[in-house]
Design a binder for this molecule. Sequence first.
Ligand code: GDP
Length: 296
Amino acid sequence: MFGTLSDRLSGILSGLTRRGSLTEEDVNAALREVRRALLEADVALEVVRSFTDKVRERAVGAEVLKSVTPGQQVIKIVNDVLIETLGGEGESINLDAVPPVPVLMVGLQGSGKTTSTAKIAKRLTDRNRKKVLMASLDTRRPAAMEQLAVLGQQVGVQTLPIVAGQSAVQIARRAIEAGRLGGFDVVMLDTAGRVTLDDTLMEEVAQVKAATNPHEVLLVADALTGQDAVNTARAFDARVGLTGIVLTRMDGDSRGGAALSMRAVTGKPIKLVGIGEKVDELDDFHPSRVANRILG
Ligand code: GDP
């Protein structure tokens, strides 16, 4: 994860610690390289700018440069700003509501939405002792409904029985009702994905949201698509409103552009990350741990 970016940044920053003293120009030169490394990692330009501006502001003050270990201090500043950019404290899924708590999963087809729905359901069942019901709202792709049912069996989580001919909103309402009658804590609604961000998709998601009043609306986005993932999040947030992001395929992401830009651009926290195809390959997103990994 983030291997390429991590190598670049570590190289640039270790250059700073090799010197006994630093001038403002040394810091500026390093920041120009950091800027290039972040842009090559596909971090959004606005995020790169604000990142380097913040580091420069804090680092070129007399105290830092005149200290005994100026290089170490600059690295500490980079680390702090990185954590802030990634979202500070880190947030997890919030289920603090009257059960059954509806959780709406949205995103483009192929982003890992159905897999992530099952991964989250499994985690809530195993770790949080929640009784979870999953429902697929993908009325156009029977295979997607089947996929969720198979995953449900695999992870030991119930799925709503499939009834042909119902609309997404009707299935969602039926799921909430079944959740209530069956004493479920959480009802996870896996909406239909589409290849592109078209209006029909957005309208359907908006209607399901209006009908179910979900406590969490999680966008599943593929980290490997870089800025496209961020643009998708922005579009979904503008149209339906998101509470958080699940960033998948972090296991294959050596660049880190989506992870680094997501919070700063959308204002929404990455709550979970997918780190593999298996049903337990899901992790919390801890900005400080991610920053540590990036800076090596
Ligand atoms: P959906 O169309 O958005 O529902 O996507 P799926 O859940 O069907 O996932 C598409 C493919 O991506 C499947 O082969 C998943 O196993 C795979 N996938 C999902 N999440 C991850 C992840 O975090 N890492 C990796 N390597 N593969 C993933």
